[in-house]
Design a protein. Sequence first.
Length: 156
Amino acid sequence: MSDFGTDNQNPVVQAVTALIEPVVDDLGYELVEVQFNREQHGQILRIVIYHASGIGIDDCTRVSREVAHLLEVEDPIDQAFRLEVTSPGLDWRLRTERDFVRFKGKKVRIVLVDQPEAIVGLIGEVENGQVAIESEGCRKLVPFGSIKKAKLVIEF
């Protein structure tokens, strides 16, 4: 699966993802992303979760409790860190093919690796390693390998 704009090569991210994904799934959520970054107050392990009905503070607390216990037992990170569990938010950055499938019919802004101007349109079919974008009566097929960044367009 294509995964653009993420730090999925980081060994801590890989180890934590493999360890917690089954637990997050068992709790009824989808693991969207794992980030491990140095921020102003030290190392942050950020777990991003999704559920079709939305994510609230109780959901984050539930996942945080289970993940914290698992990380304490398995100890895959050899340094101090702070655990944060969150939802993707309104300005969700699409990172995988699965994200495009989930938001079919929604408006997206895509920045390509080799093109200065962004593509804005509605997400269409996702197949054969590419996504169809419908814009101004035209349909453009965009290979996932050419996507640098993609975000939902928030419309009020």
